[in-house]
Unconditional design. Structure first.
Length: 234
């Protein structure tokens, strides 16, 4: 597959469409209070982003009633939007900051990218499924998340033209985090990813690279994600 770029705005602040999803703000508040705060999520920027992003608009219309429930939701093409709590956990572990340059592998619906866009400087997101890349691009653009750029391509290769990245996050699980992604992580950076050969033996791992380039990894919790596939598997 020959990668393509779908720009959503360069180095601009994320300015979500005024009033988007306002009618379900109470549900978002309840989601944050029960599913995040009561389970130990404390990062105020993460909680604020989750209160702001209208999750239901990243989900197929017929399933939007499930948007704020405590489980993943199908988004088509055999993919899902992650459980809200897992989005919160991974975003908090990533520890992105306002100036951070973030690489996301697995755009999916665009929801995780939207959350990160309210915390980081710019989000570069790669999606291997053309229909999802197009749909996520349209949703992010319509809602006004301007500091996200979506690329159609193979996440195993990363985005070398834009490397290095301060933070890297994977929303699909490879058997092992590709070395290409670790190489594209800036010294002092952090990578958060599910990892495992099958959905039944996956762990969420945090990979850190210190100032001298030495890499360390820590397994955090058991998870279950869709597999991360290569372009030739498509």
């Amino acid at each position: 597959m020959c990668p393509s770029l779908v720009p959503l705005g360069i180095l601009a602040a994320a300015l979500p469409l005024a009033g988007a999803g306002a009618d379900r703000a109470a549900e978002r508040e309840e989601m944050v209070r029960v599913q995040m705060e009561q389970r130990g999520i404390r990062d105020r920027a993460v909680l604020g982003a989750l209160r702001s992003v209208p999750r239901e608009l990243f989900i197929p219309v017929e399933l939007r009633g499930q948007a704020y429930e405590d489980h993943p939701v199908p988004i088509g093409q055999g993919q899902t939007i992650s459980q809200p709590y897992i989005v919160a956990v991974m975003t908090e572990m990533l520890a992105a900051e306002r100036g951070s340059k973030v690489l996301e592998i697995g755009t999916g619906s665009g929801y995780q990218a939207a959350v990160l866009s309210l915390i980081a400087g710019h989000v570069y997101s790669i999606e291997i499924i053309p229909e999802l890349a197009r749909r996520a691009t349209a949703t992010l653009d319509r809602l006004g998340y301007r500091n996200v750029t979506v690329r159609l391509g193979d996440g195993y290769k990363g985005w070398p033209e834009e490397a290095p990245f301060d933070r890297i996050i994977l929303t699909a699980a490879p058997p092992r985090v590709p070395q290409a992604l670790i190489d594209q992580l800036k010294p002092g950076g952090r990578l958060v990813a599910p990892e495992g050969a099958t959905p039944f033996d996956q762990e969420l791992v945090v990979i850190s690279k210190d100032a001298s380039g030495r890499v360390s990894r820590k397994a955090v919790l058991d998870v279950r994600f869709v597999p991360m596939v290569r372009s030739e598997q498509r």
